[in-house]
Write a protein that binds this ligand. Sequence first.
Ligand SMILES: [Zn+2]
Length: 89
Amino acid sequence: MSDETPICSAKGCRADAVWVLAWNNPKIHTPERRKTWLACEEHREHLSQFLGVRGFLKDVVLLTEWESPEASRVPVSGTPESPGSPGAS
Ligand SMILES: [Zn+2]
C-alpha cells in the first residue's frame, strides 16, 4: 500500500494532483508561512480563484517543481543575508 500519490484538494476529487497552490492567510499565519493545496489540472483554476479572491494566493507551482530541490525558484520572502561590501578595506 502506498499513499505516495498526491491527490487533488478539491472536494470530492480523487484525481492526481499536478499543481501546488501556496497560500497564506495573513490573519492567522505569519507572512513567511505557506499553506499548500494540491490541485489537478481541472481544479487548478477553481482553487486558485477561491484563494485569489481572498488575497491568500501566493504561488502556483507545478508539483514536480515544488518537490524538486533543484527548482530554481526565488523565495518570496528572502532570507536575511549580509550583502557584503566589496572593496571597503
Ligand atoms: Zn481535482
